[in-house]
Design a protein around this ligand. Sequence first.
Ligand code: SF4
Length: 365
Amino acid sequence: MIDPWSSAVLDYEKLIEQFGIKPFKDMMGNIKDPHILMKRGIIFGQRDYGRIVKAMREKSDFAVVSGMMPSGKMHIGHKMIVDQLVWYQTKGADIYIPIADMESYSARDIDFEESRKLAVSEYITNYIALGLDFTKKNVHTYLQSENKVVQNLAYLLGRKVNLNEMKAIYGFGGSTNVSHLYVPLVQVADILHPQLEECGGPKPTVVPVGPDQDPHIRLTRDIAERFKSKFNFIAPSSTYHRFITGLTGDKMSSSKPKTAIFLSDSPEVAEKKVKSAKTGGRESLDEQKKLGGVPEDCAVYEMLLYHLVQSDEDLKEIYSNCKNGTVMCGECKNKASSMMKKFFEDISQRREKAGDLAEKILAKD
Ligand code: SF4
């Protein structure tokens, strides 16, 4: 069982085997200009992604759904989702961004007004700063608590889901509050509603997620099948990306500030945090010169791999210099922290400019 509300580190190979997630690399030959996260194996799994590849190739309608639960601050791991949305925007996707204020309320006791404020100041502001163009007509952003189409669909879909099934998928027990029990159905409706007639009818839809969100995907695909005769839903596709390792070596998590570099950190703080990150270096310089470092076990290398180095050639050089012991962690960290500082200087300027537009996106009429 995977608990989508916990932050345990997962074994990716096991997931592929156990839950029938297919390797993403099988798709690579068919994708024109794949995203860097795809090329580098950070997006490692998929379900039914062939439909999306076909839609992109034929330039036919398809949708991407990626929700955000406003419950804390965005960190650089969350950036991966936005990077993918920006890429899908260039591929002509309809982009749906549900703001999961109902989930925040039931799972974290955050009220709707607080969620709205967080969504604007933290999430939408960062999404704009990271390059998503909200002024395009094909970007649909909404609060779950205000979307009657989604709420009505969730209620309709709930008719064919029972309590035992929810317990089996999510491990809900006797103490789970009833609002929380209902929230997965709202998320199912978030994912399926772009296929309603009023939203353009059935179409391939992809949900890019971390593997901890797979229970929602499996439930959504099952429900889409159960309601196929009524709505003609196409089971949604999904992709799965690895989590970024936190500064301490655990998964990066907003609820554990010591693990995370937040997008709202100042450039100086971000720089300092990179310097404090756990590396795959050896116990002594002599040992590292002799044996080389372990980039596969290094939070700094992950930052370079996921975010900071765009050129594959440059990345290969960093990797081999580490492996053969010609570069030591101190020098490598200095370079990575300067790159991170530069990235944060850019993003903080763009965040400042993004504020007004972010306010307008969720403004009440
Ligand atoms: Fe990580 Fe760089 Fe040290 Fe290698 S040299 S372990 S990549 S910090």
